[in-house]
Design a protein around this ligand. Structure first.
Ligand code: HEM
Length: 223
């Protein structure tokens, strides 16, 4: 009975938007934690490697988090595709004149930033986690996450890829965080500005941290 109810809810646009919001909150939470954890690279090799091995020493927690993240990413992607498919089906002929009145640049860019982020996530995991690629420039050292980090961000094009992808992520979060709150019914004319500012602030902090990270080596903050 409960499953039946859940399925019925997920069949509705409201249910889908709620699932999109919940999966988005999970992913946003991870990105904030991941950014804070990575900033420890500026504390030096010992601290950063201890942080990384600390995570790996708790396999149950590690695999639990990985499972939740993969599930959230799948739900987020599948639902976006479904909702996007519905929008296209409802308007098979494109608008002749497009006016972006209520929507912002970040909102309009969601259909580009989303797919770019998917590609970035695959690239990023292949780069640092598995199998660990070095683009022929250095030898990745298993267990020495600090050395891999510093060697990777000595390569200018790798830095550029990370900076661009994380600016895209910032744009995605900027719009996503606000529309997420609206989808779950937390939108109110009285609080909209405050909510918008919090969402904007969080997206800005995550972006600033994530853009700083690949630049730390060039800036001499990690060596
Ligand atoms: C400039 C920004 C970022 C840097 C420097 C960075 C760095 C790293 C490093 C060094 C690892 C490997 C950790 C280890 O082996 O212990 C890692 C893993 C990972 N990163 Fe990032 N990251 C960044 C942004 C992101 C973003 C934006 C996402 C997601 C949208 C992300 C998702 C992941 C995931 C899923 C893993 C694998 C964790 C696991 O082992 O299960 N990262 N990152």
């Amino acid at each position: 009975m409960a499953t039946q109810k859940a399925l019925t809810l997920l069949d509705t646009t409201v249910g889908k938007k709620a699932a999109l919001a919940v999966s988005g909150v999970i992913l946003f939470g991870f990105v904030i934690g991941h950014m804070l954890g990575n900033l420890q690279v500026m504390l030096g090799a010992e601290a950063y490697n201890a942080y990384a091995s600390g995570i790996k020493s708790k396999p149950l927690l590690l695999w639990g988090v990985r499972t939740v993240l993969v599930a959230a990413l799948l739900v987020h992607t599948v639902i976006v595709l479904e909702l996007y498919g519905k929008t296209i089906a409802a308007r098979p002929v494109a608008y002749k004149v497009k006016k972006h009145i209520a929507t912002s640049y970040a909102a309009m860019m969601m259909k580009y930033t989303g797919p770019v982020l998917l590609v970035y996530i695959i690239f990023h995991i292949a780069h640092f986690t598995y199998p660990g690629v070095s683009f022929g420039d250095y030898d990745p050292i298993a267990g020495d996450v600090y050395a891999n980090f510093v060697n990777a961000f000595r390569i200018p094009w790798v830095v550029a890829v990370y900076v661009i992808a994380n600016l895209m992520l910032g744009m995605h979060l900027y719009h996503g965080a606000f529309s997420m709150l609206q989808s779950v019914g937390l939108s109110h004319p009285r609080y909209n500005n405050r909510v918008k500012n919090i969402a904007r602030g969080l997206a800005f902090l995550v972006t600033a941290g994530n853009v700083l990270l690949p630049l730390t080596v060039f800036l001499g903050l990690a060596k």
